[in-house]
Design a protein around this ligand. Structure first.
Ligand code: CP
Length: 327
């Protein structure tokens, strides 16, 4: 939802308001575009100009390991002036069997208005956002193999920053597609934004739900005309197939970005990877920080994208409070 605000005689940019941020499907294309622009606007600011959302209590509930998402949300929260209430699943009453809903109800009772959650359970957020007893805003930091919408916002922002448009950009998403929440949320969003999508990787790790967004092809057949090669981590922890070890061994040569394949890419083409990277599996070690790699730019943009998301969540809460005060 977009609302226009006025200060004196100056018309300001519309304020972005969000109730929750849980999946790319939840976001209209106009809202995604507004979030991209806001992310880049915050990126251009001097830190002393960052927006402040004081008196907002927030907690990060990470039930799966994370470096980038967890830390960049923390840094974003600090830049915005939010009060971060630490939560460690390993030392919480989750260990005594407390459910996620009961944990979030408890945090709400303590005055926390927003939770960022990463869980191995797909669509865990539906129970939270549909619970009539919960008013807390939910930000999805990744749900199993389901969605990773804040990663998608930082990815599309990185692509937009590079090219300035999406229409007909040729983008391949390559690798462990069936287990990847990054691929699932990016495919849906990039298709909607007008990119031409290709999916590459072992047949065993393909998933026909991607058919509606693009073509399943050999990386060797498209590498020369791609604008963006988006590599995916091989998700060792989600593989139960005993042949997975064999596939991993052959992976780099058959499906990864080798030096030879990189040499065939267009001079303007970029490499992306959500990280963490398995070096010499998805991508040759030397290419992780090469001139066309945007892997560390993605991480930098992630912090700004998460500031834009949290700012919109707090605006949404303020808007709801104003409506409630009038009724
Ligand atoms: N890209 C990403 O989600 O990384 P983390 O698992 O380290 O958060």
């Amino acid at each position: 939802m977009l609302t226009t605000i006025q200060a004196g005689n100056t018309i300001q940019q519309p304020k972005i308001c969000l109730d929750h941020f849980v999946s790319t499907e939840q976001l209209s294309t106009a809202l995604v575009e507004a979030l991209i622009h806001r992310t880049l606007e915050i990126k251009r600011m001097h830190p002393s100009q960052y927006p402040k959302v004081e008196h907002a209590l927030i907690s990060n509930l990470f039930f799966e390991p994370s470096t980038r998402t967890h830390l960049s949300f923390q840094v974003a929260q600090r830049h915005l002036g939010m009060e971060v209430i630490e939560f460690d699943p390993a030392t919480s009453s989750v260990k005594k069997g407390e459910t996620l809903s009961d944990t979030v109800l408890t945090l709400q009772a303590l005055g926390i208005s927003t939770v960022v959650v990463r869980s191995s359970e797909e669509k865990y957020y539906e129970a939270l956002i549909n619970d009539p007893n919960l008013t807390v805003s939910v930000v999805n930091g990744g749900d199993g193999s389901g969605q990773h919408p804040s990663q998608s916002l930082l990815d599309v922002t990185t692509i937009y920053e590079e090219f300035g448009f999406f229409k007909d950009l040729k983008i391949a998403i390559a690798g462990d597609l069936s287990h990847s929440r990054v691929a699932r949320s990016n495919a849906e969003l990039l298709y909607r934004l007008g990119a031409k999508l290709y999916f590459c990787g072992p047949h065993e790790w393909y998933d026909s739900t991607y058919d509606r967004f693009g073509e399943y092809v050999e990386l060797n057949d498209v590498i020369e005309f791609l604008d963006v090669l988006m590599l995916l981590r091989v998700q060792h922890e989600r593989h139960e197939d005993p042949r997975a070890e064999l596939l991993r061994e052959a992976y780099h040569y058959n499906y990864g970005l080798t030096l030879q394949r990189e040499d065939r890419m267009k001079s303007s083409a970029i490499i992306m990877h959500p990280a963490p990277v398995n070096r010499d599996v998805e991508i040759a070690d030397e290419l992780v920080t090469c001139q066309r790699s945007r892997i560390y730019r993605q991480m930098e943009n992630g912090m700004f994208a998460r500031m834009a998301i949290l700012e919109a969540i707090i605006h949404g809460q303020h808007e709801k409070e104003s409506i409630n005060a009038l009724s």
